[in-house]
Design a protein around this ligand. Sequence first.
Ligand SMILES: Cc1cc2nc3c(=O)[nH]c(=O)nc-3n(C[C@H](O)[C@H](O)[C@H](O)COP(=O)(O)OP(=O)(O)OC[C@H]3O[C@@H](n4cnc5c(N)ncnc54)[C@H](O)[C@@H]3O)c2cc1C
Length: 475
Amino acid sequence: MEHKYLGYYDVVVVGGGTAGIPAAIKAARGAAKTLLIEREGCLGGMMSTGIPVLGTLDRQLNKVVGGIVDEISNELKEDNLSFGDLRCPMHNSITVMSPWWYRIVATRKCVEAGVEVVYNASLLEVRVNSGKVCALSFLAGNFIYDVDLQVVIDATGDATVAYLAGADYEMGQPEMLEGLVAQQAKNETRYDIGHSKKGKVQPVSLTFSLGGVDTETFMQYLKDHPETYKSPAGYGMHYDTEYLFNSPAIYVTCFGEFIEEARKNGDFDIPRDRVIFATQPNKNEYVINATRVVDVDPTDPIEMGKATNELTRQVAMLTRFFRKYCPGFKDCFLANVAQFTGARESRRIIGKKMVTKANIDALEIPEDCIAMGGYNCDVHLSGVGLYFQPIERGVGVPYGAMVPQNIDGLLVTGRAISVDSYALAVLRVMGPCLALGEAAGAAAALAVKQNISVADVDVKELQDVLVKGGAIVRL
Ligand SMILES: Cc1cc2nc3c(=O)[nH]c(=O)nc-3n(C[C@H](O)[C@H](O)[C@H](O)COP(=O)(O)OP(=O)(O)OC[C@H]3O[C@@H](n4cnc5c(N)ncnc54)[C@H](O)[C@@H]3O)c2cc1C
C-alpha cells in the first residue's frame, strides 16, 4: 500500500471522542500544530450518543468540571439544546445536551482553533525512539499516512496508542470486582447480583433513543407508582419527587415490573432488571441505556463484532418492549442508534501516579490535581445489577495519572488513565473525561512550547493555564 508523508505535528491526538475533542482544542489554542485522527466518520465518541454527562457537579453540588465543555454547553443552552448542569439525587448531576449539536459546535471549535482533523482513520503503528514516541502511521482511504510528532495524546478510550508504543498497562481487576459484589450483596434484598465468568471488565452496551413518547402519560405512571423507581436497598441513594417531577431533564431507572412480565412472556432476555433512560432536548425523545453483553474483551475486534450483533438485536427487542409494556411509550419509534458499541472499561495505563480506592475513600484532591470528577462508584456487573455507592464529594486526578511510567512523548487521557478498577468506576464518566482531555491538551502544548518532556511539565503552570480557561482543579 502507498505511503504518504503528512508532515510534522507538535501534537497528535488519537481519538476524537469525549476526551479527545477538548484535548485537541486546548493543544491548538496553546499554539501547538495539532492533528486529530478519528476512527469514525464524525467527532464525538460517547458524547455523540445523547447520554447525559455525569460528574460535573459532586454530591454536595460543588461544580467540579468546567472549561471547554461549559463553553459548548452554554452556547447550546441559548438555543434550548442543553439543560446545563442539573442536580440528580442518584447521579449527583446530569448535563444533557443534544448529541447532534454537541458534535456540530465541537467540530466548529476544533476548526476555529486550527486543529486538522482526519476521519475514518485507523491507527497502524506507533514508532518509539530511545523510549520516546516520535512518529505514527495510520490507514485512511487507500493510503498509509506517516506523521512525525513531538507529543501524542492517546484519547482512544482503550489506550491503543499506549499499547502499540509498549506502555505498561492493566486490564480488569476480578478480585476487586468480586469484593465489591460481596460487600453490596450483604445489604441486598431485592436483586440477585451475578458476577462475570471471567470477572474481567464491565459489560459493553449500545445506546439508542426513542422518539414520540407521551411524556405526560409516562410521568403520571411514575407519580402513581413510586415503587417503579425505588432503588435496591444496598445503593444508599434514592430518587426524590422534587427531581423527578420538577427537573427539566431526568435520568431515571425504572420499569422492573414490566421486565419481569415481559420475561415471563418471552419478550425480554437481556441480563438487566431495570431500564435507565434520560430526557433529550428534542421534545418527547429519550435516550435508552439498557442493552448489555457481558464477558467481552473490548480490545478484541472479533469479540466486539459478535457483541455488536447481539446488542443490535437487543435494541429491537427493547424498542418492542417499550412499545408493548411501558406507559407512554405505545407509539414511540426508534429515533437513533449509537454509531458504535460502547465499552465501559478496557486497558488502563500504569502511570507515574495512580488513583486508587484509597485515594477515592479519602476524597483526595492532590496538590498536583489537573482534573476533577464528581460522580459515584458505578460498576455494571455481569449479573443483572450494579455496584452503586455514593462518593460524598468531588475527587481530583494528579497529573502523573496521564503520564505513562515507561514511555515518553505520550499522554493518556479519558477513561484509560492510570486508575485501579474502583477509581475507574468513579472517573470513567464523561464529566471527568472531558476535564482530563482538556488537561492533556494544555500539558502537551506546554511541553512543546518549552521543548521539554511531558513528564517535566510544571504542574503549577499547567493548573494556571487550565484555571484561566475555566477548568476546575480544586474546590
Ligand atoms: C453504554 C455506556 C453508557 C454510559 N453511560 C454514561 C452516562 O450516562 N454518563 C456518563 O457521563 N458516562 C457514561 N458512560 C461512560 C462514558 O461515556 C465513557 O467512559 C467516556 O465517554 C470515555 O471517554 P473517552 O474519551 O475515554 O472515550 P470515547 O468517548 O469513547 O472516545 C474515544 C474516541 O476514540 C476513537 N477511537 C478509538 N480507537 C481509535 C483508534 N484506534 N484510532 C482512532 N480513533 C479511535 C473512538 O471512535 C472515539 O471517538 C457510559 C459508557 C458506556 C459504554
